[in-house]
Design a protein around this ligand. Structure first.
Ligand code: 2M8
Length: 414
């Protein structure tokens, strides 16, 4: 009997707030979008009813235009900033006004395969399709095939070096007092800087002034990145949605989704940069490639059957980054300017990113590299516990503890 699996299940019980799971107590006291999708995949392994509940509760926050927000504030809490009064979204159930990577449909397919409950899958499929359409209309109005993020929080990789150049253009002035709570829960050295927070809130102020209307935001956004990690996740979600559409005899939906998928497939391939051995995002304000060396450049493995040459180059580069580390995979290339092995998304290894990479490596036939990364991830958790993330140099568990998505990832990877 693996006692770590028992511990992982206990964490999900502790973090349950009534059919949804908070990422961890106090630091994140609400329902987060992609966290819940990962958690639902964890539940799908042993409690499909609870897995459906997780996704159903997230969808309670869906907007009329299809967006599923990045936070649903089901009940009040004063341990997190920014709360509903900063977001000013006026949604019936309070929510934030931005979104997060669309892992939802990936989780839904896995859950349906485990449970086969069409009555419960169908309404969630409808919600996922509505959100899928929102991504393409609100975040790719010109039909390029790549979707754009208007806020670093939408990437899930909040303070990644990938945003440094674009975020530097966003003023640090805000109309809203920035009263951080996160640094009261965990060491400030492990968190984004105050300056980042002022810019994050400056963006929230701008979009709130647009009444959260997607077209007005698109026009006013000072931060607009056609992002490779989110687009790759969207393509994988699109594949899984297309699969469900066919399964349920929704042939028109399936054809619509297939067309979007194909456009996105080609758009991602056009972002391959052989000289970097990575895919890159594009800054839509400057028109330039985002060349910062982060994990995002490898995530297309998840959604594409790549040519041997490209897949081999990616895997080779991943090995270069991982050399000598106690825990792979670093979210920033070790040693470059901007690399900080303990500071959140600026270097640490995250179990959920590894999960996506492992699936991508397997898909592209690199089973040995996948197995190595799987072992590195589960060993880190067994040694340090279910931390939010890990210092790749020392292996130390960092950030919040008793973390839901680390628990889900462990169960999935065992
Ligand atoms: C972190 O992001 C939130 C904002 O959404 C924060 O720092 O306040 C990120 O790690 C994000 O990817 C994650 O979904 C969230 C909850 O775990 O925390």
């Amino acid at each position: 009997m693996n006692t770590h699996i028992d511990e992982a299940k206990r964490i999900l019980v502790t973090n349950d707030r009534g059919g949804y799971t908070v990422p961890t107590d106090r630091l994140y006291p609400f329902q987060w979008n992609w966290d819940s999708a990962f958690v639902a995949m964890g539940f799908a392994l042993y409690d499909t009813d609870r897995a459906y509940r997780e996704l159903e509760r997230l969808v309670e926050g869906q907007w009329a235009d299809g967006m599923i927000p990045h936070i649903v504030f089901h009940q009040p809490s004063d341990t997190y900033f920014p709360g509903p009064s900063v977001w000013r979204t006026r949604h019936t159930i309070p929510t934030s006004g931005i979104t997060q990577p669309p892992v939802f449909a990936i989780a839904l397919r896995k859950l349906h395969e485990a449970a086969g409950n069409k009555d419960r899958t169908l309404p969630l499929y409808e919600a996922a399709l509505k959100w899928h359409r929102w991504w393409y209309s609100a975040r790719d109005p010109e039909g390029t095939g790549l979707v754009a993020l208007l806020h670093p929080w939408e990437s899930g990789s909040d303070n990644s070096p990938a945003w440094d150049v674009a975020l530097a253009r966003v003023p640090t002035t805000t109309d809203t007092p920035v009263v951080r709570k996160d640094t009261g829960h965990v060491n400030a050295e492990m968190r984004p800087r105050d300056e980042d927070y002022r810019r994050f809130i400056h963006l929230v102020d701008i979009y709130a002034a647009c009444g959260w209307d997607p077209a007005r935001q698109w026009e006013k956004a000072p931060f607009k990145i056609a992002e490779i990690q989110t687009t790759a996740i969207l393509l994988k979600a699109g594949e899984d949605l297309e699969y469900l559409a066919r399964l349920f005899g929704r042939t028109e939906d399936a054809a619509e989704i297939a067309t979007l998928n194909e456009r996105t497939r080609q758009a991602i391939l056009a972002q391959w940069r052989p000289a970097l051995s990575r895919f890159v995002s594009r800054d839509l304000i400057s028109g330039e490639d985002v060349e910062a060396a982060t994990q995002a450049g490898f995530i297309p493995l998840l959604a594409l059957d790549l040519d041997r040459q490209i897949a081999d180059a990616l895997v080779h580069e991943m090995k270069v980054w991982s050399k000598g580390l106690r825990v792979a995979f670093p979210t920033t290339k070790p040693g470059i300017a901007g690399w900080e092995p303990k500071r959140y998304w600026r270097g640490p290894a995250w179990a959920i990113i590894n999960w996506l990479l492992i699936d991508g490596l397997k898909r592209n036939g690199h089973t040995e590299a996948a197995e190595e990364l799987r072992k590195s991830t589960t060993a880190a958790i067994e040694t340090e516990g279910f931390a939010e993330y890990f210092d790749p140099i020392t292996g130390e568990g960092c950030g919040g503890l008793g973390f839901s998505w680390t628990a889900a990832a462990y169960m999935w990877l065992m």
